[in-house]
Design a binder for this molecule. Structure first.
Ligand code: 5AD
Ligand code: SF4
Length: 474
C-alpha cells in the first residue's frame, strides 16, 4: 500500500472551523455565568496525547476552562485507544460510569473520539448501548471538532461523525500543550505498514507527512518559548516525507531541526527497523541536539514470527543495525516493543526473543501480550497457546529484561550525565527525577526550582528501575 497524496485542510475549511469556535464561544457565554469546564482524557500512545492537546487548544479557544475531575466538568471527552482489547475495555468501563454524571447533570455533554471510534462496530455499540454519550467522532474528523460541538450544542440530537473519508493534515488549529518544557510535534499521521497484528492502519489511515517547513517553524517557536525537549512523533518516522514533493526525508528533517539555535534536545519515535537506514544512524551521530536513544521496536526475535507479523526484516538485519549504530555512537541506547504470544508462537520462538534482548542489551522494554484485533490479518490465524501460558512467557521475558536493565544501570555509576529534571521522584522526599539524553531515569536530591531545567548529575548508585545521583557543577 502506498501513502496517499498530501492533502492539507484548505484555508476556507480552517476559517470555517474558526467561525464555529467563535459561535460556540458565544453560545457558552449566554449559557454559563462562569467559563464552563472541560475534562479531556487521552488513553494510549503519545500520538493520542498529542491529539488531546490539539482538542484542548480548540476548547480553550471556545472559552472552556479545564478540570481534572469528571464531577465538576460540563464537557467530558475521552480520546480513546484501540491498540489492545484491554485499552478498549477500560474505555467502555469508564464511559459506563459516566451515566451517573449525566443523571445528576442533564445539561452536560459527553463525547468520545480517537482510534476506537473510527471502528464502525464500536460506534454502533455506543449508539445502541450508551445513550448518555452525545458526541462520537473518529480520528479522521478531529479537525472538524468545533463544528461537531456546535451541532451538539444547537441540535437536540446526538452527533456521530465516523466517516472513512481521506485523512487531511490540519495546520493552523490551536494547541494547548500539557507541558511547559517538553513538547510533542506530530510530523506524520497514519501508517502504511499493516503489521498483521495491528489495528493502527485501519483506524488512523494511510501515512501523511506534514510539510518540513511547518514542522521546523513549530519547533523554532517551541524553542523560543523555552521548551527543552521536543519529541517528533509518527507511527514510523523513518518513512517521513513519503507523498511530499521535493527532496524530503527524516534525516533531512532532523538536520533542519538540529540547526535551530538554542539549548534543547530532540527525541523521536517510533522508528521501524525496516526503514532505519545507515544514513539515518549517521545523521543521529552527527546531530548534537538529537538524543542518542533509538526506540526501535523489534516485536519478536524469531524470524518465523517476524515473517508472520509482516515486519520485513530478520533478526540478523536488526542486529546489524544495532551493531552499526553502536560502532558510530558507543553511547547509543535502545528501547523496544515486544509482543508475546503472537498466533502460533512457541516457547522456542520466545527463547530466540530472549536471546536477542540479551544481545542488544536494551535499556528498557515495553512488553505486551498479543491481543486479537478484529479486522487484522492475524485475527484469522490459529492461536492455540492458552492465555495462562502466555502470561508465564510474559513474565519470563520481563525477568530477562530486568537483568539486562540492571546491568545497564550499573554501568552508569561513576558517570556524569546531563539530565532534564522532570518532577518529584518516588525515591523519597526532596528527590527529583529526570532522564538523561540516552533516556535513563535518574533520581537526585534537588529543589523544585530545577524542574524543567538541564542539570549535570554524577551517578552514584544503580537501582533496578533507575539510578541515583548528585547534582554537580550548578
Ligand atoms: N497486541 C499486542 N500488542 C500490540 N501492539 C500493537 N498491536 C498489538 C496487538 N494487537 C504493540 C506493538 C506496538 C505497540 C505500540 O503496541 O508492540 O509496537
Ligand atoms: Fe502498527 Fe506496524 Fe504501523 Fe506500528 S508500523 S503502527 S505496529 S502497523
Amino acid at each position: 500500500m502506498s501513502s496517499q497524496k498530501h492533502v492539507e485542510m484548505t484555508a476556507e475549511e480552517l476559517h470555517c472551523q474558526y467561525e464555529y469556535m467563535a459561535k460556540v464561544k458565544e453560545i457558552l457565554q449566554h449559557r454559563y455565568v462562569h467559563p464552563p469546564l472541560a475534562h479531556v482524557h487521552s488513553f494510549g500512545c503519545q500520538a493520542n496525547v498529542s491529539d488531546g492537546e490539539r482538542i484542548k487548544g480548540m476548547l480553550a479557544e471556545m472559552g472552556y476552562g479545564f478540570t481534572d475531575s469528571t464531577d465538576s466538568a460540563d464537557f467530558i471527552l475521552y480520546n480513546t485507544c484501540a491498540i489492545r482489547k484491554g485499552a478498549e475495555d477500560r474505555v467502555f468501563g469508564n464511559v459506563g460510569e459516566l451515566q451517573h454524571n449525566k443523571r445528576s447533570r442533564k445539561d452536560m455533554i459527553i463525547g468520545l473520539c480517537g482510534c476506537m471510534m473510527q471502528q464502525e462496530q464500536v460506534a454502533a455499540k455506543i449508539k445502541k448501548s450508551y445513550p448518555h454519550v452525545d458526541i462520537v467522532f473518529g480520528t479522521h474528523a478531529m479537525h472538524k471538532f468545533p463544528q461537531i460541538l456546535f451541532q451538539a450544542l444547537t441540535q437536540k440530537q446526538r452527533v456521530f461523525q465516523i466517516d472513512d473519508s481521506e485523512n487531511v493534515i490540519a495546520e493552523g488549529l490551536p494547541i494547548r500543550r500539557d507541558g511547559s518544557y517538553k513538547a510533542w510535534i506530530q510530523i506524520m499521521y497514519g501508517c502504511d505498514n499493516f503489521c498483521t497484528y495491528c489495528i493502527v492502519p485501519y483506524v488512523r489511515g494511510r501515512e501523511h507527512s506534514r510539510r518540513p517547513e511547518k514542522i521546523v517553524a513549530e519547533a523554532r517557536e517551541l524553542v523560543a518559548q523555552g521548551y527543552k525537549e521536543i519529541t517528533l512523533l509518527g507511527q514510523n518516522v523513518n518513512s517521513y516525507g513519503k507523498g511530499l514533493d521535493g527532496d524530503v526525508s527524516f534525516s533531512k528533517l532532523l538536520r533542519m531541526i538540529n540547526e535551530i539555535e538554542g539549548d534543547f534536545r530532540v527525541r523521536f519515535m517510533t522508528s521501524h527497523p525496516k526503514d532505519c537506514t545507515h544514513e539515518l544512524l549517521d545523521t543521529i551521530s552527527q546531530c548534537d541536539k538529537v538524543c542518542r536513544h533509538i526506540h526501535l521496536p523489534v516485536q519478536s526475535g524469531s524470524d518465523r514470527i517476524l515473517k508472520l507479523m509482516n515486519r520485513h526484516y530478520t533478526r540478523d538485519q536488526y542486529l546489524d543495525l544495532v551493531r552499526y549504530a553502536r560502532a558510530k555512537m558507543p553511547d547509543v541506547t535502545f528501547t523496544s516493543d515486544i509482543i508475546v504470544g503472537f498466533p502460533s508462537e512457541t516457547h522456542d520462538d520466545l527463547l530466540q526473543t530472549i536471546k536477542l534482548i540479551k544481545e542488544v542489551e536494551y535499556d528498557a522494554l515495553f512488553t505486551f501480550i498479543y491481543s486479537k484485533r478484529e479486522g487484522t490479518k492475524a485475527a484469522g490465524m490459529d492461536d492455540p497457546v492458552p492465555e495462562k501460558e502466555k502470561s508465564l512467557w510474559f513474565r519470563e521475558l520481563q525477568a530477562a529484561q530486568t537483568e539486562v536493565g540492571s546491568r545497564h544501570n550499573a554501568a552508569l555509576v561513576g558517570k556524569t550525565l546531563r539530565v532534564l529534571a522532570d518532577g518529584h521522584a518516588k525515591s523519597g522526599e526532596g528527590y527529583l527525577t529526570g532522564r538523561t539524553d540516552s533516556n535513563a531515569v535518574v533520581d537526585f536530591k534537588a529543589d523544585d526550582g530545577h524542574i524543567g531545567k538541564f542539570v549535570k548529575v554524577h551517578i552514584t548508585k544503580a537501582l533496578s528501575w533507575a539510578v541515583l545521583g548528585e547534582i554537580v557543577d550548578e
